[in-house]
Design a binder for this molecule. Structure first.
Ligand code: AMP
Length: 402
């Protein structure tokens, strides 16, 4: 079974073509700057194998339809292709950021589902339109091939009301569905499944904390395989400190900035999403740059790192309290998988609650490998687990189709 995975953003489409029977990644790529005159495409044939070939080109890509047409041409092309024609594709899995309360599982797309995704646009105005464009274009360019929507929010739909409701007037939940949703769900689920595998047990018996630290950062408390709490909220701005997002701040900050700096709601929203987090604290949003600056004695960069890690520590403590007995803490994504200093600082004060790293194991490079980095006397295992959201989307798509 061959599955095409599409992650359609407002101005880009990421794709992977996977052979689920052979468990291989046949092709992957990225079409960027859709709508721009100088659109860019990078296509990898047989990525990660000795036969890997990379094709890059620049051309005008006015819309998603042109982008997807290009993807189809690349995966079927004489030089660039890996399949003869699109009839080899069994289904297309789409990453959809917001499923609201309407979608708690991957769903075969029909007209009602398209409308259901459209109905969630007020909750994700920047993200859901891209996903919808991907679905509608796939329906047009690949008629007869089923589409499956896989939602970032779905894994978190098992949270109890005491985790997802805010202490604001109840009418706002009833009228506008104002509540915590959580994001990165595909990654948290994939990592929780891998954690179960490492612990040699079923997901249903697995209680862990998944710590996704990339450009966006979030955590999930997973009890017996089901999400019971997560750090992102109504929007992906809440929770941990991120590359450019603030994470948790005092909710009165909006009125304070409006009153004292004359900023509009839109300007404050942009400030918290794009000018804050690591970037706001020290001017750099990439953790590698921050480490370089710390190495040359930069105190601002050092403080940014400390604030970032302290928030992770706080959430781990919070979730361990909620879970009662945590079997594992799983670090994942760009920073979580690669940055031993962040892992060390985040766990440094947790020995009192049974979490102890082995400094030597923590320093090993994961490089796509799952690693156990806790010490022998640690009561909670600490793991580094590479995430793979596209593979999880393909797995869920294949499950829906079969
Ligand atoms: P992601 O969103 O998962 O691609 O992660 C992006 C983040 O991972 C950026 O902040 C990068 O600085 C960080 N990152 C990637 N590789 C490394 C590395 N080797 N060491 C530290 N941080 C890294």
């Amino acid at each position: 079974m061959i599955i095409l995975v599409l992650n359609s953003g407002s101005s880009s489409v990421k794709y992977q073509l996977l052979d689920m029977n052979k468990n291989t990644l046949m092709a992957s790529g990225l079409v960027e700057r859709i709508g721009d005159k100088a659109g860019e495409t990078t296509h990898r044939r047989m990525p990660g194998t000795p036969q890997e070939q990379v094709f890059s080109r620049e051309q005008n890509i006015p819309d998603h339809s042109t982008a997807l047409d290009l993807v189809v041409k690349l995966v079927t092309g004489e030089q660039t292709g890996v399949i003869k024609d699109i009839s080899s594709i069994s289904g297309v899995g789409h990453r959809i950021v917001h499923g609201g309360e309407a979608f708690s599982a991957p769903t075969l797309v029909d007209q009602a589902v398209v409308q259901g995704i459209r109905d969630q646009i007020p909750l994700a105005p920047l993200h859901n339109p891209g996903g919808l464009a991907g679905i509608e274009t796939a329906q047009r360019l690949m008629p007869g091939i089923p589409n499956v929507a896989v939602f970032d929010t779905a894994f978190h739909q098992t949270m109890p009301a005491e985790a997802y409701r805010y202490a604001i007037p109840a009418g706002l939940y009833k009228e506008l569905k104002v509540r915590r949703y959580g994001f990165h769900g595909t990654s948290h689920l994939y990592v929780a499944k891998q954690c179960a595998r490492v612990l040699n047990q079923e997901l249903e018996n697995t209680t862990c904390i998944t710590v996704h630290l990339g450009n966006g950062c979030s955590m999930a408390a997973v009890k017996n395989g089901r999400c019971v709490d997560t750090s992102m909220g109504l929007t992906p701005l809440a929770g941990l400190v991120m590359g450019t997002r603030s994470g948790d701040v005092d909710p009165a900050l909006h009125s304070f900035l409006a009153d004292n700096k004359g900023l509009s709601i839109r300007e404050i929203d942009s400030l918290l999403n794009k000018q804050s987090g690591l970037k706001g604290l020290c001017g750099d949003s990439d953790m590698r740059d921050i480490h370089h600056r710390i190495a040359s004695g930069d105190k601002e960069a050092e403080l940014a790192l400390k604030i970032f890690c302290r928030r992770v520590t706080q959430y781990i403590g919070q979730y361990m309290a909620i879970l009662e007995s945590t079997q594992a803490i799983c670090f994942t994504a760009g920073i979580g998988e690669n940055d031993s200093k962040v892992r060390q600082l985040s766990c440094a004060t947790l020995s009192g609650i049974g979490v102890k790293l082995d400094p030597e194991r923590n320093r090993q490079r994961a490089a796509g490998q799952t690693l156990e980095i806790s010490s022998r006397e640690s009561q909670v295992k600490v793991l580094v687990i590479p995430t793979n959201e596209e593979l999880e989307i393909a797995i869920q798509t294949a499950q829906v189709l079969s």
